[in-house]
Design a protein around this ligand. Structure first.
Ligand code: AMP
Length: 194
């Protein structure tokens, strides 16, 4: 795995654990020779991860729409900055550039990016590994909802299994590296499923 795309908050959150986990995760990526692909912001946990990757001698590639550059939200010291026109182009390019995806704590933007990439995997559009760094149980309510989707028959168990979860950065990176790229069972197997 050469490059990992990290989705995370444009805020740092209230708990110091979130900032510390983002810093640790970025440093570990650089130690393992994994480049960062991300939303290019200098703010929030995004900025913390990017600074940690760059500080440990790693590569950080940002993809940002012009509108956010105009608001001076782009990180100034990246290895490479791709400026695109729309949020849709940004997500597509981040997905193309990366070999896997990880979400760290964040809000709507993080959830949007995570669920879009899960949805694309569910539809068989890519077979790249997807992980969740569950810092201080931050994602427990989201995981409870995902399990609820399975028990209520809105999500197949094998699609739930696409989401690799660990509270520990090293453990999560190991899980991502071990995951074999497999195209998932297509969501629509027969008309009964619709
Ligand atoms: P949120 O979780 O709502 O803070 O949104 C964070 C995610 O959305 C990041 O992974 C970014 O790709 C994107 N994003 C949201 N706000 C910004 C920003 N100010 N600058 C750059 N990217 C952002």
């Amino acid at each position: 795995m050469n490059r990992l795309c990290v989705f995370c908050g444009s805020s740092t959150g209230r708990r110091p654990e979130h900032r510390e986990a983002a810093r640790r995760f970025g440093a570990l990526m650089a130690e393992r020779g994994m480049g960062l692909v991300f939303g290019a912001g200098h703010v929030g946990l995004m900025g913390v991860v990017a600074d940690a990757v760059l500080g440990a001698g790693g590569e950080a590639i940002g993809v940002i729409p012009q509108a956010l550059v105009d608001k001076e939200l782009a990180h100034g010291g990246l290895t490479k900055l791709h400026v695109v026109d729309t949020m849709h182009q940004r997500k597509a390019l981040m997905a193309d550039l990366a070999d896997g995806f990880v979400a760290l704590p964040g809000g709507f933007g993080t959830a949007d990016e995570l669920f879009e990439i899960l949805t694309w995997a569910q539809l068989g559009l890519h077979a790249k590994p997807i992980g969740l760094l569950n810092v201080a149980g931050f994602f427990d309510p989201l995981l409870a909802w995902v399990d609820h989707c399975v028990s209520e028959g809105f999500l197949r168990p094998e699609h739930r299994e696409m989401l690799l979860v660990s509270a520990d950065s090293e453990g999560l990176l190991e899980m991502l590296l071990r995951r074999k790229p497999t195209i998932q069972t297509p969501k629509w197997i027969d008309s009964q499923d619709r």
